[in-house]
Design a protein around this ligand. Structure first.
Ligand SMILES: [Mn+2]
Length: 391
């Protein structure tokens, strides 16, 4: 029994760019590649561990691409099982977009708003699945104490969460609390980078997102995992993806000369899809500044020549405040503005939110999305409230 494990496909996203159709297509193309791999490898099923969609309210074209690829998979006789991440979980009264895929017969939804226990009949046998959708850590911890074990000899855990062992301060739960020894394989989503470990003899796997959504999620290689559960010893095989778009970073650029030198070291011609290039400016070396204008002109030329898809310039002051979530989110058009906002608010999450609103301008969809985030993200709202009451 072989399962293709994928997560965080974020269909409909064009991150880190705004409203770029070319970038949006990347997410559909790499998702189709995942489907093609599943068909080529003749896996029993594809399991998707959440954030299939980027939004709980996808536009028609997002459904179009999702259904087109999933129909191809269904036509090949391969079942597609999915759980909800924070991005494709429905909001209050509405229904999850995943339910629409289920309704048209191209996916089976294993968990959206609470954990569920299933027994799946696959081509090469029965498989028990405990599925945990995204939720806040306190809720996940409560759920885990009440999980129903599948009445099947071989079972896996599917969940959209961050385990404590990753070392982030904002994780959900530890592997110990998850009772991983009860399962043959732990299929996880939420982390956008590949990560795997063996815990108590059980493979714990994050395949990572097929596309990087932020510069700090970039890597030269991206993967899906194929878990072979045929024998007692579960074998995990990594399959490289080839249709994702690369992100590149040139660090600490102090002058146009330095920039040109760094550029010539990058071999754009060898790259399939023109990459997204980030340029981090260093402290000016002389009184003439960092030649930012000339660097920008050179970057515009690279875009015109289609050697890169787009670029972002990270200003030196922001580049210096490492480990904030703001350092890579800053837009070319308003580096000064976002820096000022960050300085005033001193809270990366709130600052990022305010910058997003200001930059979205007349894009109604983005404003709607942000409003939704505020309505649902109690934490963000309470932070804003605190901020107001402090004044
Ligand atoms: Mn995600």
């Amino acid at each position: 029994m072989r399962l293709l494990h994928v997560s965080d496909t974020h269909l409909g996203s064009s991150e880190p760019l705004r409203a770029s159709r070319a970038r949006e297509m990347d997410f559909y193309e790499v998702f189709e590649e995942v489907v093609d791999i599943a068909i080529r490898e003749r896996v029993d099923a594809v399991i998707h561990c959440g954030d299939l969609f980027d939004s709980p309210d996808p536009r028609p074209r997002v459904y179009y691409h999702a259904i087109k690829s999933l129909k191809k998979l269904a036509d090949a006789g391969i079942q597609f099982y999915v759980i909800a991440g924070q991005h494709d979980k429905h909001r209050r009264v509405d229904i999850s977009p995943l339910r629409i895929l289920e309704e048209v017969g191209v996916a089976r939804v294993l968990a959206v708003s609470r954990p569920e226990t299933h027994s799946l009949k696959l081509r090469s046998g029965e498989l028990g699945v405990v599925a945990i959708p995204y939720a806040e850590p306190d809720i996940v911890q409560k759920w885990v104490k009440e999980l129903k074990k599948p009445e099947v000899s071989r079972s896996i855990l599917m969940a959209h969460l961050l385990v404590k062992e990753l070392g982030f301060p904002w994780s959900h739960i530890s592997l110990l609390e998850l009772n991983v020894q009860d399962y043959a394989y732990i299929a996880l989503g939420d982390l956008h980078r590949r990560y795997d470990m063996i815990y108590r003899g059980v493979p714990v796997v994050y395949p990572g997102s097929p596309e990087a959504l932020k510069i700090d999620e970039r890597s030269d290689e991206r993967f899906i995992a194929i878990a072979d559960l045929s024998s007692r010893e579960v074998v995990v095989e990594w399959v490289k993806l080839s249709r994702f778009r690369k992100m590149m970073l040139i660090e600490n650029v102090g002058s146009l000369g330095e920039f040109s030198k760094a550029l010539s070291a990058l071999n754009f011609a060898s790259i399939d899809k023109p990459p997204i290039l980030y340029v981090e400016l260093g402290k000016p070396r002389d009184t003439h500044g960092t030649d930012e204008k000339n660097i920008k002109a050179k970057l515009d030329e690279l875009v015109r020549q289609e050697l890169i898809l787009e670029y972002r310039i990270i200003p030196p002051e922001v580049a210096a405040t490492e480990s904030t979530s703001l350092d890579v989110e800053v837009d070319v058009e308003s580096p000064v503005l976002s820096r000022v906002i960050y300085e005033v608010l001193r809270d990366p999450e709130v600052a990022e939110f305010v910058v997003k609103i200001l930059e979205s301008g007349e894009d109604v969809e983005v404003v709607k999305k942000i409003t939704q985030e505020v309505v649902d993200g109690g934490k963000l709202l309470s932070k804003l409230e605190k901020l107001v009451s402090r004044r």
